[in-house]
Write a new protein. Structure first.
Length: 201
């Protein structure tokens, strides 16, 4: 019996796409992490809801206004006055440039977003995504696990040359956040949460 090349070709394409997306993500390391945050349209971040299933992040379709079977199960459990871990958690994602000039995607929580917004609306600092008047951000990470904390510190303002900025923006435009965070379809998620429910039982 010959192997199914069409099926394997599809799987290869899926894995290639996943590895390409995974390589875009930048982790916050212990200590100082210095980035220049790039604009995303008229914003500097996108908000994505995730469920944690079997210790893995699963994009919640409600991020894009669609129905989610995992949220529906969480609602059913909440009717029994159970605070359940199936509830989605919110994370924020920005396209950033590292000190080495690498353009990638940085994920973070509200503890980082809040001070970023404070800086944005501080008249002494202002828009950190501006090419001429902007500045880099140092996100200092300390601790591990549940004891991890973050400090958000502005760096001195520094204009970026137009040519360099143009290259960064060109790379950023190639990063399709909607594609990266495209949720699984309803039936796939229903099977996933069904398996989770059986494990819980």
């Amino acid at each position: 019996m010959a192997i199914n090349l069409d099926k394997l070709r599809k799987k290869k394409k899926e894995l290639d796409s996943k590895m390409s997306s995974d390589s875009l993500f930048i982790r916050l390391e212990e200590g100082d992490n210095i980035f220049r945050i790039l604009p995303i349209g008229d914003d500097f971040y996108v908000e994505v809801k995730h469920h944690v299933i079997n210790r893995k992040l699963v994009v919640c379709p409600t991020t894009f206004g669609k129905k989610c079977p995992i949220c529906q199960m969480a609602d059913e459990l909440d009717q029994d006055n159970i605070e359940h871990s199936l509830r989605p958690k919110v994370r924020y994602y920005s396209i950033v440039v590292t000190k080495k000039g690498e353009v990638g995607v940085l994920g973070y929580g509200a503890s980082v977003l809040k001070p970023l917004l404070d800086l944005l609306f501080d008249s002494s600092w202002g828009d950190f995504t501006d090419r001429r008047k902007g500045y880099a951000i140092n996100i200092r990470r300390t601790g591990e696990g549940l004891n991890t904390s973050y400090s958000v510190l502005p760096r001195p303002k520094k204009p970026i040359k137009k040519e360099k900025w143009g290259k960064w923006i060109a790379k950023a435009k190639k990063i399709d956040l909607k594609k990266i965070f495209k949720p699984k379809d309803y039936d796939e998620l229903a099977k996933l949460v069904s398996g989770y429910q059986e494990a819980e039982d």
